[in-house]
Design a protein around this ligand. Sequence first.
Ligand code: SF4
Length: 163
Amino acid sequence: MPNKLRLGWFTFTCCEDNSILFLELMNKNYFEWKRMIDFRYCKMLKSHNVLDSLDVAFIEGAISNDKEKEKLLEIRAKSKYLVAVGGCAVTGYPSAQRNDFTPEQKAKIAPFLEKWGLYGIVQRPDQIVRIDDKVPGCPMIEEIFLKVLDKYLIEFKAKIGGE
Ligand code: SF4
């Protein structure tokens, strides 16, 4: 029997289109993935989620407050590999667009940032933790995501020899 890949999927500041794409991919792949993947933490699939030891964690979105930063550090500490999916996690943009606001625009949003405890400068995840793989695109490019997932399925012997 092959091992199961212990997978987590996490969302930070973004529009969550990568999650939607992942769900769309399940229309084709769910039953095959279910044999190979232990969805330890995946809120789009189940309500009871465990953040313990993960083989690979996929993260979407940029980091825009202390709570997200702490969660990202926790995920990094508990995951063998961390993969940034989608433009917001890879480059920060478009979620980080307020970083480029004019001084006047920044003054206008300052009360909202203070009220909600948000950073004035949104951060890319790789400014905070080490990232092992990146899946670019807005939303993520499907073919690259599937290749990266496949690589980890094979590495963790959840899929034998790229069958
Ligand atoms: S990269 Fe684009 S599609 Fe993906 S979460 Fe950000 S805004 Fe949404």
